[in-house]
Ligand binder design. Structure first.
Ligand code: 8YV
Length: 330
């Protein structure tokens, strides 16, 4: 008898959704949240025809070399910098991601994180819980306004556009910078004006990062970029930690050259730079921007559909909805 393809599910996800793989595959699903250990991944992929993975699962040339049967990887997440796309595609392995389903939830969170940083919400709560509220004081914990302020969005894809649309409701002026300028109709719909990288940082009261992380965007926001920002400005990152030089950011926040930051992502996740942990003017969250229950479920469901299709089964056999584009040569 011909044996069924095997798929590996790298983390505990939602069992009732993962079950949808069972009519087609032998499913090897992790029971515990796993760390980044490369040995675990190579071992799990050895017999696998397909895999459902998350940002906790770095897969590159070394893992691929030990996975002779691997034909498809469905990444649960829109960003896929955990995967070496060139190495996977060179072996003909199809890679898919989960765009669209997380756009609005992630835009909601980006906006909330920016507001929390600007209005010092978590700092104020810590202060209150610490028993420091001994009497109301007119000038305590004064923050920066959102309404009427200039918002700068770096990376104007789906999530960036979602944030721009929210900003309109708050009466913000919206600037954006992107690798490619958007068509005029989209700019109008988002009420956003294109500016160059330098102007974005110099003119904005609040900057939000929503661009993909790659070798090209590594430490894009460095000391020189931060020095362009207004000392009253805030910086929010819901994309990837590696976009920011965290040491330079900690210097700017500690030195009063930047008012506040909102960070959902970190370069060495789950480790957070102790200097950032020690600062009161930064809001820190553990990579939860897409984390509403409904959206995390939709992401898993989409990844499951993509994996079934990429391995040649189900109603969309051979045509997964979200193949990631071919890697561009450097
Ligand atoms: C996910 C994310 O939680 O989609 C992304 O790029 O960073 C988050 O939505 C993560 O990717 C899960 O793997």
């Amino acid at each position: 008898i011909e044996s069924r393809p095997r798929v590996w599910v790298s983390q505990p996800l939602f069992d009732d959704i993962i079950t949808r793989l069972e009519p087609y595959f032998e499913v090897d699903a992790a029971r515990e949240v796993a760390d980044h250990a490369p040995s675990r991944i190579a071992e799990a992929l050895r017999e696998a025809d397909g895999a459902l993975v998350t940002l906790n699962d770095p897969i590159g040339a070394a893992e691929v070399a030990q996975a002779p049967r691997l034909r498809a990887i469905a990444n649960v997440g829109v960003g896929y910098n955990n995967l070496d796309i060139a190495a996977l595609q060179a072996r003909g392995i199809v890679v898919t991601n989960t765009p669209d389903v997380l756009t609005e939830t992630t835009a909601d969170f980006g906006f909330a994180l920016m507001m929390a940083a600007a209005r010092r919400i978590t700092e104020a709560e810590r202060w209150l819980r610490d028993g420091q509220w001994q009497g109301w004081a007119f000038k305590s914990l004064l923050g920066a306004d959102i309404h009427g302020a200039t918002l700068g969005i770096l990376g104007m894809g789906r999530i960036g556009q979602g944030i721009a649309k929210r900003a309109a409701g708050f009466g913000m002026r919206v600037l954006y910078h992107n690798r490619h300028r958007l068509p005029e109709a989209v700019e109008r719909e988002c009420r956003a004006s294109y500016v160059d990288y330098e102007k974005l940082f110099a003119q904005s009261d609040h900057v939000v990062l929503v661009l993909p992380y790659s070798a090209q965007s590594h430490h894009l926001v460095d000391a020189a970029t931060l020095a362009r920002m207004k000392p009253t400005a805030t910086l929010t990152n819901i994309a990837r930690g590696g976009l920011i030089d965290e040491a330079a950011l900690a210097d700017a926040l500690a030195g009063g050259r930047l008012a506040a930051a909102g960070l959902d992502v970190f370069e060495g996740e789950p480790r957070v730079d102790p200097r950032l942990l020690a600062l009161s003017n930064v809001v820190l969250t553990p990579h939860i921007a897409s984390g509403s229950l409904a959206t995390r479920r939709a992401m898993v469901a989409l990844a499951v559909d993509n994996l079934i299709a990429a391995l040649g089964f189900g109603p969309e056999a051979g045509k997964p909805r979200n193949p990631v584009p071919a890697a561009k040569p450097l």
